[in-house]
Design a protein around this ligand. Structure first.
Ligand code: SF4
Length: 302
């Protein structure tokens, strides 16, 4: 049985959420732009040395493909606005992290998103990393990018005890070549709205100006080093979680814990069902999963 990192995180909050997420996913609008994924793809291409213009052209191409499937003018306009924000965000990222890169762990090379696995008896643990980075000293780091609407000091402060970070380091340490730390970058989506009578070109240049004028507001980086003692402690937490999980699997009983109903700025995907646990709610808001690998709450924190 494959268990992904995000599933284990769900399990630690609420066993019921874990079980529901294995079986169901929330119905999403068929046509929507995944800002976090498009942006992360652009960042990856930039670090690979692609021309900025080519990265922008790729975003435009993806949006054009999406728009070609749309019939609603409202959705088309929303997609165009979102694509302007993603492109401005990429421009702000390049300005912040690539023009001033000597202030940051210098990125010598970057590997794309990949999965790592570890077998623990009948359970295979799976983690999806945004990428590997090697600095000028040849040291390996994990890279994590989060698109978000908010960044606060506590989000930075908690990184050393972040479940995902500890899980990744734990998994990497089992494979030999451990990274020395995580380069964690929060990239804030602009909340500026298009004004009445403002053309899309004027709107685009206003967002772009804001990203350039306030880089420290939009982009926050922290790069904590991993601590081997903390990883050892984390190993016990994982063993304890897996022990409990096996008991649940055997009994088929997954109680509601009510502790993950709102995490950060997001409500649990299953809040509708828990508020009104009927067949009708299930059919209205959820579809049955055909795979368990989809991580829908991972890349974006808002
Ligand atoms: S809404 Fe709360 S109780 Fe229901 S599954 Fe989510 S975390 Fe558990």
């Amino acid at each position: 049985m494959k268990i992904h990192q995000h599933e284990l995180a769900y399990y630690s909050m609420c066993e019921f959420k874990f079980m529901m997420n294995r079986k169901y996913q929330k119905k999403v609008q068929k046509h929507y732009i995944n800002a976090g994924t498009l942006f992360a793809h652009g960042v990856y291409n930039l670090h690979l040395g692609k021309e900025f213009k080519d990265c922008i052209d790729e975003i435009d191409l993806k949006c054009d493909e999406l728009i070609a499937t749309m019939t609603s003018q409202e959705k088309i306009e929303e997609t165009l606005l979102q694509s302007e924000i993603i492109k401005a965000m990429l421009s702000g990222y390049a300005n912040k992290f690539m023009a001033e890169r000597n202030q940051y762990p210098y990125i010598q090379s970057i590997a794309p998103e990949y999965h790592i696995t570890h077998e623990s008896g009948d359970i295979t643990l799976v983690g999806r990393l945004d990428g590997d980075v090697y600095d000028t000293d040849g040291k390996r780091w994990i890279m994590e990018l989060k698109t978000t609407t908010q960044v606060d000091r506590d989000m930075v402060r908690r990184l050393p005890v972040d479940f995902q970070n500890n899980f990744y380091f734990f998994m990497c340490s089992l494979q030999g070549e451990s990274p020395i730390g995580v380069i964690y970058r929060w990239c804030r989506k602009s909340a500026l709205k298009q004004k009445q009578k403002e053309t899309i070109h004027e709107y685009r240049s206003r967002i772009l100006d804001d990203y350039i004028d306030r880089p420290d507001f939009y982009f926050v980086e922290d790069a904590p080093l991993f601590d081997l003692n903390a990883t050892e402690r984390f190993r016990y937490s994982i063993a304890s979680l897996l022990f409990d999980l096996r008991m649940n699997i055997r009994s088929g009983d997954y109680p509601k814990r009510y502790t993950g109903c709102k995490v950060g700025y997001s409500l649990c995907h299953f809040i509708e069902y828990c508020l009104n646990p009927t067949k009708e709610t299930l059919e209205t808001y959820y579809t049955e999963r055909t795979d368990h690998a989809t991580d829908t709450e991972n890349q974006t924190e808002d």
